[in-house]
Write a protein that binds this ligand. Structure first.
Ligand SMILES: Nc1ncnc2c1ncn2[C@@H]1O[C@H](COP(=O)(O)OP(=O)(O)OP(=O)(O)O)[C@@H](O)[C@H]1O
Length: 278
């Protein structure tokens, strides 16, 4: 403990015995009142984490929750495009105003900060972590029931910063049916355990394709071993998403809010249980 200790670990860099994981938590902006924070993670890139973040947010919004997305995938932000949100977010001397989608989902993303959204983000880990923290501390989010955090892929430096700085209530793990991915799911589960954050469940993306003529489901990547992994770790399976060209088209057109499909009904049930009062 330093001699001038004021017991506010967030303003002190000393690594003393008084410091707890909680003390790394950053305070949100005073104009933010965020009830629940759910992080969407994947052990590796390209499994559809952003798509699941988008769909879960649309479901929360359809359940009439005030919904927001913090796009923590700073180097590969895809949320604004999926929602057809563009331009730069506004700011004043007090802070940053989040952008809003057509149905009123609030969001902040690096792509809404950069002058040109096709500029690559070539920042080092600590800078990226700092940007995510600022999305939490400097954005005037207002009243939010559910905030979904689209995490950077993997279990590295930036996810660690996010888990330490934001009061994450639970995580959703996104996976695909390949065998390699099951190992990666275990990494995500173990990271959540280390951080003491509950795993709300797992969603398998690209689970199958459905024949448009006969309705048969074809497991393109082979049979999934999701049940075995879920059993091993006591995880709920929150849904399985097909590979659906309509979803791709909606994402590309910025129309994700129009998706139809009941693949993630269990997500709605979970949200209604976590926050019965709106
Ligand atoms: N089940 C699916 N059906 C159809 N298209 C899909 C599906 N999953 C993902 N896609 C398409 O792939 C694109 C990339 O997915 P997404 O951005 O969600 O991956 P990601 O895991 O977030 O990637 P990264 O981790 O690299 O950021 C989506 O915009 C969508 O067009």
């Amino acid at each position: 403990m330093s001699e001038q200790c004021n017991h506010d670990c967030s303003s002190c860099s000393a690594d003393c015995s008084e410091r707890t994981a909680e003390s790394f938590l950053k305070k949100p902006h005073e104009k933010s009142d965020i009830k629940k924070v759910i992080a969407v993670v994947s052990g590796k890139g390209g499994v559809g984490k952003s798509l699941v973040t988008g769909l879960a947010s649309v479901i929360a919004s359809r359940c009439e929750y005030k919904t927001a997305i913090l796009d923590a995938d700073v180097t590969g932000p895809s949320i604004p495009k999926m929602f057809g949100v563009g331009g730069q977010v506004a700011a004043n001397e007090e802070g940053i105003f989040p952008a809003e989608s057509a149905t009123g989902i609030k969001m902040v993303s690096t792509n809404l900060i950069l002058e040109n959204p096709t500029d690559p983000v070539v920042w080092r880990g600590p800078v990226i972590g700092g940007v995510v923290e600022q999305f939490w501390t400097d954005v005037m989010w207002g009243d939010v029931d559910y905030m979904f955090v689209d995490m950077p892929p993997g279990t590295g430096d930036v996810p660690l910063t996010v888990f330490q700085s934001l009061p994450v209530d639970g995580i959703i793990i996104v996976t695909t049916p390949q065998d390699l991915v099951s190992m990666i799911v275990e990494k995500a589960v173990k990271m959540a355990e280390l951080m003491n954050i509950p795993v709300l469940g797992v969603i398998e993306n690209m689970s199958y394709i459905q024949c448009p003529d006969c309705g048969k489901k074809i497991s393109v990547f082979g049979e999934s071993n999701l049940e075995a992994i879920a059993d091993k770790h006591g995880l709920d399976i929150l849904g399985r998403l097909p590979i659906d060209p309509k979803l791709t088209a909606l994402c590309d057109a910025g129309q994700i809010e129009r998706f139809e499909g009941n693949w993630l009904e269990k997500v709605a049930e979970m949200l209604l249980k976590m926050l019965p009062e709106k």
